[in-house]
Design a protein around this ligand. Structure first.
Ligand SMILES: Cc1ncc(C[n+]2csc(CCOP(=O)(O)OP(=O)(O)O)c2C)c(N)n1
Length: 436
């Protein structure tokens, strides 16, 4: 009892300190507008004192009905309720469709390149191309935190083919200086935080970034992508709770594609997917048809508005299906029926849906499709060939960038490496590395 009371006192004093901190921050800088309202900083115990909150019946709750997914366009490309058609211009719709085709073509070439041993790893986006709707609904100042299957965002924001392939080849033009596996893209210019391999790390980071945006008074949000598998990580819960309690403008975007490598979602969770968890954390939540670009577009646009205007997090769960293997290190025929995959690819394909939408409007033809596919394939191969010929990053970058200046132990390690290379040139050919 005594212990409990002490913890409660400590918790309230922490909250009070937090409240004081907000006040101090606002007093310190008159130029920084702090969007934390007085009521945000108020201590609340949940108000479990009034008798109408208590009952004499003992009920264990098991929620039966599932949250339905919002859909705008069916698999024939027909908009079900015209009020929900975002009515983007021909140019805007074509930008989305062409981005899908480019991504699809790049995935094919880079996947094969890994099979030929020319790059070390790759991940495709097959089946998840409709996610591009989220890119179209955001503004460039919104900060993106990806998991790894989100190259669509970069394609849409204008990451060049050279930038994609230089990263996948880990050559001297790779922004990460060859320190990460392929597909770990990042772009400061495009507000796309660099991908990191351990699942879930990006989730609390996105909450933190959103809180920083809130504190600086920016008119922007952060958006965090993750898979339903990554939502089993502890970081997911920490990130959501932090954003909910600190009322931070972040869109949590779950790509629920049914699998976490070989683990089907039926073995990943027993509850109603990831959406139910958003509700549990007091976060406004929507489930959408993840193969419907317009459902994703509308939901993301509305979520962005809510997140920024009302300064709070929003969760979107997009229900889709991973058509490709998890990565080049996976063979999905070992754990799922090939026929099921073929059926999904044929009958509920996000690219075909948008293509039909375009055809219904007479905005696209087979000739244009053939010509565009041919052009992007050629462009990708030109970038690919150039990237493959470039040197690897300079060896010194094994040691740089962790500290501002190399520490004495790193200098020692670097000297040892250089001595070794000098002593055994037949084993350490440095010709393929850039000199600086
Ligand atoms: C902390 C951690 N555990 C395990 C892994 C290995 N791993 C990489 S991807 C992956 C599956 C993730 O599935 P999901 O989040 O559903 O995303 P999807 O690949 O389906 O897009 C696993 C287990 C990892 N990278 N990090």
């Amino acid at each position: 009892m005594f212990q409990l009371r002490r913890t409660a006192t400590r918790y309230s004093s922490l909250l009070l300190q937090q409240k004081r901190l907000f006040t101090v921050t606002s007093k310190l800088s008159s130029t920084v507008s702090v969007n934390v309202s007085e009521s945000d900083a108020k201590v609340s115990t949940g108000g479990w004192t009034s008798t109408d909150k208590f009952v004499n019946d003992m009920n264990f709750i098991q929620k039966q009905e599932i949250l339905q997914a919002y859909r705008v366009m069916d698999h024939t490309g027909t908009v079900l309720n015209s009020d929900h058609d975002p009515n983007l211009s021909k140019e805007e719709v074509l930008k989305c469709y062409k981005s899908m085709l480019l991504l699809h073509t790049m995935d094919g070439i880079l996947y094969d390149a890994q099979r030929q041993g020319r790059i070390s790893f790759y991940m495709t986006h097959y089946g998840e191309e409709a996610m591009i709707g989220s890119a179209a609904a955001l503004l460039p100042e919104d900060v993106i935190f990806g998991q790894y299957r989100e190259a669509f965002m970069l394609v849409y924001r204008g990451f060049t083919l050279d930038e994609f392939v230089n990263q996948c080849f880990s050559n001297d033009m790779d922004y990460g200086k060859g320190r990460q596996m392929p597909i770990h893209y990042g772009s400061k210019k495009l507000n796309f935080q660099t991908i990191s391999s351990p699942l879930g790390t990006q989730i609390p980071q996105a909450s933190g970034a959103a809180y920083a945006l809130k504190m600086s008074g920016a008119n922007a949000c952060s958006l965090c992508f993750f898979g339903e598998g990554a939502a089993s990580e502890g970081d997911f819960h920490a990130g959501l709770n932090m954003a909910a309690t600190l009322k931070s403008p972040v869109i949590f975007f779950c790509r629920n594609n049914g699998f976490a490598i070989s683990t089907p979602s039926s073995e990943q969770y027993k509850g109603d997917g990831i959406a139910s968890r958003g509700i549990g954390y007091g976060i406004d939540t929507i489930r959408v048809d993840g193969n419907d670009i317009w459902a994703i577009y509308n939901a993301t646009k509305a979520a962005r508005e809510m997140a920024i205007k009302e300064q709070k997090p929003v969760l979107i769960e997009a229900m889709t299906y991973r058509i490709g293997h998890h990565s080049t290190s996976d063979d999905s025929t070992k754990y799922r029926d090939r026929k099921e995959v073929e059926e999904r690819a044929q009958f509920d394909n996000p690219v075909t849906r948008l293509r039909r939408y375009l055809e219904n409007k007479n905005w696209w033809s087979q000739e244009e499709e053939d010509a565009y596919r041919k052009k992007v394939k050629k462009d990708i191969l030109v970038s690919f060939t150039a990237a493959e010929k470039r040197k690897k990053p300079a060896l010194k970058h094994l040691f740089t960038d962790v500290y501002d200046e190399l520490t004495p132990n790193l200098v020692k390690q670097q000297d040892e490496l250089l001595d070794l290379i000098k002593k055994y040139p037949e084993y350490y050919n440095t010709d393929e590395f850039a000199s600086s």
